[in-house]
Design a protein around this ligand. Sequence first.
Ligand code: NCD
Length: 352
Amino acid sequence: MSVVSNDVRLPISVERYTPRLIDGNLAGRHIVSVEQFARADLDALFRTAANLRSRVNAGDKTVLKLCQRRIMATLFFEASTRTDMSFQAAMLRLGGEVVATAGGVQFSSVYKGENLADTVRAAGSYADVVVLRHPEVRSSYVAAEALDQLASRLRTRSVVVSAGDGVGEHPTQALLDLFTIIDFKHQADGLTITLVGDLANGRTVHSLAKLLALYGAQEVRLELVSPASLRVPATIIEFVRSRGVEVHETRSLDEVIGRSDVIYWTRVQQERFADAADYAAIADDFIMTPALLAKAPDDAILMHPLPRKHEMGSVHDHAILDDDPRSIYFHQMQNGMYVRMALLAGVLGATG
Ligand code: NCD
């Protein structure tokens, strides 16, 4: 469900905008694509996330000092539960504050016809970091440019963190997904990772596939299982292959489930279909059920970015899947908060 009603066409300049590499230093960086991260940046981020998780679990109050007196603004132009709340909880657990337009963005000036860049500049003039979810691909690039322009006029500088831009990328989801894979499998080398479902519109798989390639794990095999009409975009497959990841596309889950170390299930993104008949034609193609999970190895892990619908079977199936030790989507969900804590502390230059 998109709540945007104004003109969201993007300025031409974002075609040329290239996100800055992290290059060992998160402080002050906009986070808009996984392509900004190299192996060393990921290792450092994951170490920080694991460290923050231990400290939070141990009741370490010094964590609350990390982002004290810092403010995060949230601008969510698309529905969200986990991403929105985990960013907010992350900031609060770092001792920071959160602002949003009262009543959500549907009560912001966007609905008076304000353009995205101006809305972002408003948020950026009040907050140190702006978290943006928006239905347009590359909208976070618009935000990054707008905030850089704002910084050239004001004495303060705010950064944007993308919380998902349309069918494009969802960088923080990929970061938490890879963190969770390494958490459970101890490394990424040698894994067969099977991505299933709406691989065309599912931005989480776009970012995860690219991030796995950027991580540079050895002998990773990606199995892409989707209806023919919902395949991973060719540019992403090329990107991943060019970095040495073996990619195999199939419609047959039976062919791959028995040798998958990681099974990453996704929802068919109904809200991205213009034609209800196109959605109905493939909506039931890949349904995870306890009977299907029984075919997976005992040490496989079942992931899902959530929310889930019928692609994880009935509510009764959900309950059985939830009790299977291979289902780790609730850990994945909570890890999102720790990874976002590490990221927020990083971009805000908080150490300690
Ligand atoms: C996903 C999203 O919004 O891209 N969820 C999430 O961020 N955890 C996946 C989805 O909506 O299906």
